[in-house]
Design a protein around this ligand. Structure first.
Ligand code: FAD
Length: 557
């Protein structure tokens, strides 16, 4: 940290801060990331990298590293609901091991199982591969000041106690749920601060599969006569397991003895295991009322907190930083318009509201036996009607849980409706989907995937600047758009594509795709006033002052 000035100062080196630093570095933007920890992950939280996030990893060239990061990719990914591992199995959703899962037709990638203790090091290497990024561990943000023309941050080296001042054009708080940045900005979180108290225990047990008669699985949900009370996750697909003891709205501190007894109850017989860590935490459904004040932004858990049910937390945070990164780069490089940064909150906040709500609904479904009338005979091996009751209950539970397991629409179908830098084309907004996804190149949507050559996706065309796709044998002329973009130094590449599938998918002869891979505009011909188009998508035109209502966002999604 020899430089005291940087373009973007990032606070927090969890997956979101690292991804932002990596993406900015990939764009050649000078930035500094400070993290108060030493870079090691104590207890991994996230373990599922969603399909859109994997598309970003593809863009960054780190897919191979994610795949080889350490998770046992031959381990089956089934989810099953049982009384205990040695008791009854109510039902199961079967998923192949990662090594056998194929990408869906809508993407060149598939989701990946890669817990945070494996993913963070991949991101750290990605960050370190950029010479424009400085990464400082053991460095704590004390306070900051948003001044005219820049931000001044006071930071402390935790190892030496030395304090210093860092200056930046922009500051982004990726400092997690208890975000000091958000607190100093005075931004309120809206929603439900306590869904459940839960205790996560990582334990080691070689060959846990040999202790029971159930087929192996990534996740087991334990249902007792009191309802759903715990889950078990194969955290590395080998010898480490994450047991989550789901509490209620009351805070309780569990002793190691209680934790051990619960794990043995779940397995259904005594066995030897080593507890590696115990982490009590609170499940929340919260979204920040704002994502920005002046030159300071928040992203990831600093901006939204969600129940892990569905695996949306980090994946939503990655959307935040991919959305924000190119906009910050545009400002630093000088081609971003004066209103470009306003679009970050307008685009990403509604996505978070939707995703945290979906996660809470998943939690509600998973816990629903608590409130549903459980038939006590299901747990009684002597009762003659027990088997039929279990089958009936199991089928219902299996059906109900599908929405959590199949959520491609949440990962790919988000849309920046109402964004000031997206030019809508008059087509109606398609309904939001959860378990299905209908690709569309309607402005505001993720530009869809189609194969355009051996192993090459349309998605591989997007990333660094704007791309104008021209379709058909005689595509419409577009040089005046290129000239208009060049006149304000907005990077724009023109790429011609032909092919029945891709032309049908994009549905217009001209489609303008942003650096984050979202469609900004489409039509069959350029508008007469191309300068206004360029100025709109680069945020140079003041948007209508919106009566921005958080409640309206919540009501809409
Ligand atoms: C049990 C569980 C399972 C989950 N599973 C999934 C999943 O499968 N998929 C998914 O997408 N999400 C999942 N999540 C959510 C996911 O883990 C989080 O959304 C994600 O970790 C958020 O990343 P972040 O970088 O925003 O915050 P964090 O990971 O909390 O990182 C914030 C960082 O900021 C640092 N920091 C804080 N204050 C300062 C300061 N003053 N100065 C310097 N540094 C500071 C902290 O040390 C920390 O390293 C899960 C969460 C839990 C609890």
């Amino acid at each position: 940290m020899s430089n005291t000035h940087t373009s973007v100062l990032i606070i927090g080196g969890g997956p979101i801060g690292l991804a932002l630093a990596g993406d900015l570095g990939w764009r050649g933007i000078n930035c500094t990331l400070i993290e108060k920890g030493d870079g090691t992950v104590g207890q991994p939280k996230m373990d599922m990298i969603g399909i859109r996030s994997m598309e970003f990893c593809r863009r960054w060239g780190i897919v191979d590293q994610v795949e080889s990061a350490g998770y046992n990719r031959d381990y089956p990914q089934d989810c099953a609901w049982v009384t205990t591992l040695n008791g009854y199995e109510f039902g199961r959703e079967c998923f192949p091991p990662m090594s056998q899962e194929k990408p869906p037709i809508h993407s060149p990638q598939k989701r990946e199982r890669c817990p945070q203790n494996f993913f963070d090091p991949v991101l750290q290497r990605f960050v370190r591969s950029s010479s424009s990024v400085s990464l400082a561990y053991n460095t704590d943000l004390l306070e900051f000041e948003d001044q005219e023309g820049g931000v001044e941050a006071h930071v402390r080296d935790i190892l030496t106690g030395e304090t210093r001042v860092l200056r930046a054009d922009y500051l982004v708080g990726c400092d997690g749920g208890a975000s000091k940045v958000r607190q100093q900005l005075g931004i309120e979180m809206v929603g439900d601060a306590v869904l459940t108290y839960t205790t996560n225990i990582i334990f080691r047990c070689q060959d846990l599969e040999q202790l029971h008669d159930k087929k192996p699985g990534y996740r087991f949900i334990f249902i007792g006569s009191e309802g759903t009370w715990a889950t078990l996750v194969a955290i590395n697909g080998r010898d480490q397991w994450r047991f989550s003891l789901i509490g209620d709205g009351q805070k309780r501190t569990l002793t190691e003895e209680e934790v051990r007894a619960s794990i043995i109850r779940a397995v259904g017989k005594p066995f030897d295991f080593e507890i590696l860590s115990i982490l009590p935490w609170v499940r929340r459904q919260l979204v920040a009322r704002h994502y920005r004040k002046g030159r300071v932004f928040i992203a990831g858990d600093a901006a939204h907190l969600t129940s892990p049910t569905g695996g949306f937390g980090m994946n939503t945070g990655l959307l935040d930083v991919v959305n924000l990164s190119w906009k910050l780069a545009a400002m630093v490089e000088g081609w971003g318009g004066a209103h470009l940064l306003e679009s970050y909150e307008a685009e990403q906040l509604p996505v978070a509201v939707r995703n945290v709500g979906e996660a809470t609904e998943n939690l509600r479904r998973m816990l629903s036996p608590r409130i549903a009338e459980l038939n006590p005979s299901m747990f009684d091996s002597e009762d003659s009607g027990a088997e039929a009751a279990r089958i009936e209950y199991g089928q219902r539970y299996t059906e109900m849980m599908r929405r959590e397991w199949f959520s491609i629409g949440v990962h790919l179908g988000y849309v920046y409706e109402g964004s000031p830098i997206v030019v809508l084309d008059g087509t109606p907004r398609p309904p939001l989907e959860t378990s299905s996804y209908t690709p569309t190149a309607r402005p505001g949507s993720r530009a869809p995937h189609a194969w355009i050559g051996e192993g090459r996706s349309t998605l591989d065309l997007f990333g660094k600047g704007f791309v104008l796709l021209r379709f058909g044998a005689n595509p419409p002329p577009a040089n005046i758009l290129k000239d208009a973009a060049a006149s304000v130094k907005m990077p724009l590449q023109i790429i011609d594509l032909q092919g029945e599938e891709v032309e049908k998918l994009y549905a217009r002869r001209l489609v303008l795709v942003r650096p984050d891979g979202q469609v900004a505009w489409r039509a069959d011909a350029l508008p007469e006033d191309v300068s206004t188009l360029v100025d709109t998508v680069r945020g140079a035109i003041p948007s209508e002052p919106q009566e921005y209502s958080f409640q309206a966002v919540i009501a809409e999604v």
